[in-house]
Design a protein around this ligand. Structure first.
Ligand SMILES: [Zn+2]
Length: 126
């Protein structure tokens, strides 16, 4: 029996091919199609991530709230961006994605390592 979560989800290559000519307009940012086709490129951080960081298929609108399983409803996000975007969709998601960068992902990584408060917040204002 097929796994429920991935059944019917398009292949990463097809998702990237669809967005390779559309992500620029969606974000209002200049990103080359070659960059978008690279399997290490996260649409959220907008950088090439190390091979150890998994990039996941992320629904723009969750299937549970009526989102489809087609390429136009799926972005390729690293697991940190994916988690941070979970409750966002529509224009809220788009605005969030526009402003998302590597610093946000770095903060997520620090927070997960338990060092956000100690290393970053306690240093502010001193
Ligand atoms: Zn990311």
């Amino acid at each position: 029996m097929a796994k429920r979560s991935m059944r019917g989800t398009p292949k990463e290559k097809d998702i990237r091919a669809y967005w390779s000519t559309r992500l620029q307009a969606y974000l209002g940012q200049d990103i080359s199609p070659e960059t978008i086709m690279d399997s290490r490129f996260c649409f959220g951080c907008k950088v090439f991530l190390n091979k150890g960081i998994t990039i996941q298929r992320a629904h723009i609108r969750a299937v549970s709230t009526g989102g489809s399983n087609s390429v136009e409803n799926i972005h390729m996000l690293c697991r940190y961006c994916h988690k941070a975007s979970e409750l966002k969709f529509g224009e809220e998601y788009r605005g969030w994605l526009k402003g998302r960068d590597l610093i946000d992902t770095g903060l997520t990584l620090c927070a997960q390592a338990g060092s956000l408060k100690r290393d970053l917040l306690e240093g502010v204002g001193k």
